[in-house]
Design a protein around this ligand. Structure first.
Ligand code: GRF
Length: 187
């Protein structure tokens, strides 16, 4: 059984997809859900599943180094860390503890549309395809080597909300599939 952590800041639908997958459950135990936003919906989702949480507010710390030191205490023995809508950049100091062990999901076909509002920007640019990327994390926003991608051809009869819903559906499936492959040592 591998030991994993999930970092999230928001609604937590990707967290749920990973936490509720039977395949992931057979391969790994979620030791902790780390969240930088007290009050985020993902916290209740973790509590409901009896998953330990570490919730902090960056403004209560002197600097990034100080809160990352506390996070590190909680996660130092983990095999993998999956970021699922964690809206903060991890420092090089933190990441050097986990070479090739920190993975992120981003709702665009990277390297295009890094950063926020990626789906909206891709939609407004009338991209023929919109998709999702799972990649290793480095210090660059949405940088790092790409592991997997999936995409669909956009029907511009669909409004932005519908396109976003489709992207999220793809995210949940792709994250579970890719995480399972990683945990099995296939990636
Ligand atoms: C997802 O679109 C993820 O790709 C992005 O942030 C969003 C998080 O959504 N990094 P949720 O909290 O998992 O519902």
């Amino acid at each position: 059984m591998k030991k994993i952590g999930i970092f999230a800041s928001g609604t937590g639908t990707n967290f749920e997809a990973l936490a509720d997958s039977d395949e992931i459950k057979s391969l790994a135990h979620i030791e902790v859900m780390v969240c930088d936003k007290p009050g985020a919906k993902v916290i209740k989702k973790a509590e409901k599943r009896n998953i330990e949480t570490f919730v902090f507010s960056p403004k209560d710390y002197e600097n990034k180094n100080a809160y990352e030191k506390e996070i590190l205490e909680k996660v130092k023995d983990l095999d993998y860390i999956f970021l699922a809508g964690y809206m903060r950049i991890l420092s090089g100091n933190f990441l050097e503890n986990f070479p090739g062990k920190v993975i992120n999901i981003h709702p665009s076909l990277l390297p295009k549309y890094k950063g926020i509002e990626s789906i909206k920007r891709a939609y407004e640019n009338h991209e023929e395809y919109i998709g999702v990327t799972i990649h290793y994390v480095n210090e660059e926003i949405d940088g790092g080597e790409i592991l997997t991608q999936d995409k669909f051809r956009v029907d511009y009869e669909m409004d932005l909300d519908q396109v976003e819903a489709e992207v999220h559906e793809i995210e949940h499936k792709l994250y579970v599939k890719t995480a399972a492959e990683i945990l099995k040592g296939e990636k």
